[in-house]
Ligand binder design. Structure first.
Ligand SMILES: [Fe+2]
Length: 294
């Protein structure tokens, strides 16, 4: 029994929650219900929101410790927990391709950081009339649709993740040198298991990114990149997706442990997109299946 007013999207993931205000700090009971809904639906949309920056931070901070924004150009002045996405503000911060002909950048936030992101909350202040959607794909569905042999193999693989993969992709998009959203960060490689298990429910998901995952431990690079690209095509197929077409005032919370997401292009020269993101730090170790039980 939940007190949340939830409308499922009709896709395999995604639901709207109609009776939560981000202007208020949620009670412990509401937090528990939102976390359960997030496990059920992967992506939760809270429409018609208008939180001030500090209210957005206060709402978010009851779910997990929040990440501080390292990147100066993406930091909201005076609110270091808010990461500013879009083309308004100090410069372009976008992970979307240049146009519809280009490959999407499917990823899960901060997989390449020492501390990954458990969940992210993105609040839209201004949105373009066309484009700039966010696609989400369910990695429970992706894992469950693999053959038993594939599941067994994938549970033994470690993925190499690095900001260098993102930088290479963004340079290819040629969106202008203002989009250097990862520059000056370290290129250190962070190893993560390809398959992870939800700490409470034990459900298994695929955990990787199309560009940020630059290799598989022990594999030759070309073979690994081909594998990752083919896996993306399978894992992010339309049947596993929810597409969010933003309206100003929407806030979307997603579970980085079990969905990948990707931005779609928009006209960065002639339209405005402004979003604030808070990033919830991972609070459990991310270990290979089986290892964590030894
Ligand atoms: Fe992201």
């Amino acid at each position: 029994m939940t007190n949340l007013n939830i409308c499922p999207s009709g896709s395999v993931i995604g639901a709207r929650v109609l009776n939560v205000s981000l202007c208020d700090v949620p009670s412990a009971g509401t937090v528990e219900e939102i976390e359960q809904a997030l496990e059920n639906y992967g992506v939760l949309v809270f429409p018609n929101q208008s939180p001030k920056p500090q209210q957005l931070i206060d709402f978010s901070a009851v779910f997990a410790p929040l990440e501080k924004t390292e990147l100066e150009k993406a930091r909201l002045e005076g609110f270091e927990e808010i990461f500013v996405v879009g083309n308004v503000g100090k410069g372009l911060v976008s992970f979307a391709p240049k146009d519809d002909q280009q490959e999407l950048e499917w990823h899960t936030d901060h997989i390449h950081h020492d501390i990954a992101a458990k969940a992210s909350l993105l609040y839209a202040l201004e949105v373009p009339e066309h484009g700039g959607d966010t696609l989400f794909a369910c990695m429970y569905s992706a894992y469950n649709s693999l053959s038993t042999e594939q599941q067994q193999l994938y549970c033994t693989l470690d993925v190499i993740n690095s900001a260098s993969g993102l930088e290479h992709y963004l340079a290819e998009q040629n969106l202008g040198n203002t989009n250097s959203v990862t520059k000056s960060r370290s290129h250190k490689q962070v190893l993560r298991p390809l398959v992870r298990e939800h700490p409470v429910t034990g459900r298994r998901s695929l955990y990787f990114g199309n560009q940020v995952s630059i290799g598989i431990a022990g594999w030759e690079t070309t073979r690994a990149r081909t594998f990752i690209q083919e896996l993306t095509t399978h894992a992010c197929q339309t049947a596993f997706q929810y597409r969010h077409q933003w309206k100003a005032g929407d806030a979307v919370l997603w579970d980085n442990r079990r969905v990948l997401h990707a931005g779609t292009p928009y006209d960065v020269e002639n339209s405005r997109r402004l979003m604030y993101r808070t990033t919830f730090r991972e609070t459990v170790p991310i270990e290979r299946i089986g290892l964590q039980k030894q």
